[in-house]
Write a protein that binds this ligand. Sequence first.
Ligand SMILES: [Zn+2]
Length: 453
Amino acid sequence: MRCRFGRLLAAAALACAAGPASAWTDHTLVARPALAAMPELKAVPAIKAETLEAFLAAEAPGLEQLLQREEAWARAQLALYPPRPEALAFKAGGAPAELRRRFIAALRINPGLPLKLFVQALPGASVSGKSALPWTEVTTRRRESSAQESVFLQLRAGDAVAPLDVIATATDEPDYGMDIGLWQDNGTAYGKTYGFGKQPFGNPALEFASQAPFHMGFFHEHPIVYKAAGFLQRTYPEYCIHLWQSLAAYALQTGRPYWGWRFAGWALHYLEDLTQPYHASVLPGVSVTHLLWINAADLLGWHQPKKQAIILVSNRHLALENYQYRRMRSAYLRHDDSDALIRAAEDLSTDAGREAFPDDAVRARISLESSSLARATDSVLELSLPAKYVSDPAYILGETEPGVDIYRVLDQSPPEARAAMTGIVGGLQRNFGAYTRAFVRSLLARAQPSPQR
Ligand SMILES: [Zn+2]
């Protein structure tokens, strides 16, 4: 029974992670208004873009020690953390290309990520006179990436750039292939050396599914779910956030602000992913009792309920992201800053009490809040969108009809349905914005350059 139940959950998680779902599609669209609302960030003067090689050449000895402390922290604080093999420990010294190779290996990310210098322009922004960087030069992904619709502007080393542009751009970067192929069974040479073990859930042969255990956090499931499917506890957003947060603080303290803000954006990506309820809950809207019933039916040879539950959860997950992305993109293209989702991202009204970002914030606050909103979110989607998209297991969102735009679909729906969607998604965007700012405030407090420098 355990095995079958586990497989059900594995399949469900796969369904959530196999499509174009990337929690929020294009984090920059939300992070930018969220961060622009912070006077303390706007007040930070322009900085100079710096290549990764220059940063490493200047800071290698300090980074060697920092990454050692970081590894010790992860081993001591994170249950089920797969330790970084000693052979990958970062060592200072050597030529720039070799330093870069060793740094990427110590961070255990996809070595194919180009890590060029660029900023993302918002949809509809004027970019005349600036040189664009093709989307294929920022991401390793070639299919189902929102980067294909984004505009990237090239930076050269030494160019002046606003910290807000650097950090808002970097919030989307972990979806550009950074965490793809890291497991030993992904068929990549680097995955075999990284020591993360086998991919905990999802199909290891599907490129995008391999990043899911880093971008999802199942911390608040019913104990029976963990008992049956312990692999669901192997999700690692806390590890990613802490690593990038420590590097960001280090770079800011040592006077390397470009990489400080870029690492900060990477940390933000994972905490923002967890404000998406389908990334913080395995099967929103499916009660444990119903899950057990579905599983019992499956065991008796009636597989249909299981298949259907998985498709419905996946379709709702995708419908939420499609609606949010299409609506925000459309607002930017119309230059309509008054759209409720943009307003929600920049709304400071719930920021009080969220100034700090303690180590347990990811688990005890963000994903707890998000998973507790999962059921309500699921039910608003079910009630507000036409049944075809969210309640018909014969329909696969994004495949049955390619190019579907759920925001436009909702135009034909009654005003109450539109209001319900604005309400629930606006609330999620408010959380996204508030936690994004809490993280940046805590970083600014830590980021004073150290006096000995
Ligand atoms: Zn993500």
